[in-house]
Design a protein around this ligand. Sequence first.
Ligand SMILES: *[C@@H]1O[C@H](CO)[C@@H](O)[C@H](O)[C@H]1NC(C)=O
Ligand SMILES: *[C@@H]1O[C@H](CO)[C@@H](O)[C@H](O)[C@H]1NC(C)=O
Ligand SMILES: *[C@@H]1O[C@H](CO)[C@@H](O)[C@H](O)[C@H]1NC(C)=O
Length: 463
Amino acid sequence: MATNAAARRQRILIRALYTGVLIVLARTVYLIITTAPSTTTTTNMTTPHESSWKADTDEQLVKYYSSVFQDLISDGILTVDSRTLTIGAESPQYIAALREAGIAYSKAIKKNVRFPFMNNSFDLQFSAHSGLDSSAYPGELSSELTRTLKPEGYLIIHTESKDSYSLNSLLDLFDSFKLIRSREVPVQHWSIPRIREVILKKQNGILRRRRNLAGSCSVPAYKKELIQNSEPLIAEEPMKPWISLKRNLKNIKYLPSMADISFKTRYIYIDVGARNYGSSIGSWFKKLYPKQNKPFKIFAVESDKRFHQEYKSKKKITLLPYAAWVRNESLFFEINRQPNIKNEDKGRGMGRAQSAQTSTSFLGDLNKIQGFDFANWVKNSFTEKDFVVVKMDIEGTEFDIIRKMVETGAICLIDEMFLECHYNRWRRCCKGERSSKYQNEYNECMELFSSLREKGVLVHQWW
Ligand SMILES: *[C@@H]1O[C@H](CO)[C@@H](O)[C@H](O)[C@H]1NC(C)=O
Ligand SMILES: *[C@@H]1O[C@H](CO)[C@@H](O)[C@H](O)[C@H]1NC(C)=O
Ligand SMILES: *[C@@H]1O[C@H](CO)[C@@H](O)[C@H](O)[C@H]1NC(C)=O
């Protein structure tokens, strides 16, 4: 009896395992199908190939999309004469649904970023949740949608966007469109998650300039909220900065840990005062910064020639071999060559920048380097549609650079900043003594941090 029961248990176990393997296999096959390389399929509805796609047409899906299009018809947004374009994985279903709703002209694209269509070809475009949402290049896709839609044409987007950050990024991609409506829509299909429907209408020219680049940045409520939810600034000057500030790293609330950063044209990391690769790009940004699988382009701003060779072998990092400064001009940096200074400043060779004209008399101890106008470069290189992260450790020059960035509006382009503010901190070696290397006091740093947060920049205190 006992052996019989054991054998039965074993059989059941084997069957269960077998079923498990089958499920895993089935899922793998499904994944392969759904992640197959994207292709362009254009379907000419005047010559439909009914039999070829009827077999895999999911009736439920067709019913769902059909109701979506019927709603658009009753709202006067879609008409039977509309020339339509659909974006997403289930093109046969969209086309069948459109036909059910009486629309004969439809083209379909599976998330390509180059459309084989002329400018102003369509009256209405529909991006299903497998369209823009799952595109690796939402910026390029949005330009193609914009290009091929007629003025006054409609763009309907179904998105899974879960927070206001990503929804606003999405709207920012279509800055020549007017928002007609945005609402959650009920979906009755297992494969489709909670969906928000956004309806946009193409205008002539650019409509929404959300931030005024010449003056102060406008800070929308959803950004204020992010800043409120981030770690508080350390208001009291730390007695042991070499411990407290480092420990603060654990408290940092990274922007991508609080919000969905999809729907940005490009993802940029600028390391200003990068030093060697391992000093922060390799040890921190690559390893610890949450990137949500986005492909970040990295810029290393570093004037010290000793570090340049290493970056030549790093093809994916763009080296700017200059010092961040407020103008394009030659600079002299003090080099700390005193051998007896205890290692609290170890590895930080460079002192405060001075412009060449004022410091010629110190030539013996100074090192000449090329400064470049950092604020201007940021303004010329990036837009608000990009996600830009900056780490800045520039030995006291931050006060000048940030003032210039605020004046020019370059600061409005920065989404998240990690800033080391240099002040006359308490020294590790000698109790009760302040470092004489920097003139600014801790409260000036606090003012800098607070004013940046007020301007809508999520800034963190860095060590
Ligand atoms: C669509 O089909 C019609 C009729 O066969 C043909 O005249 C037309 O050129 C086709 N259009 C495209 C874009 O293939
Ligand atoms: C099509 O639109 C793009 C983007 O708006 C524009 O650069 C291009 O010149 C246009 N092409 C034609 C043929 O009008
Ligand atoms: C300043 O230098 C940068 C980097 O070399 C360059 O791109 C920019 O055009 C220069 N600006 C001026 C005004 O010379």
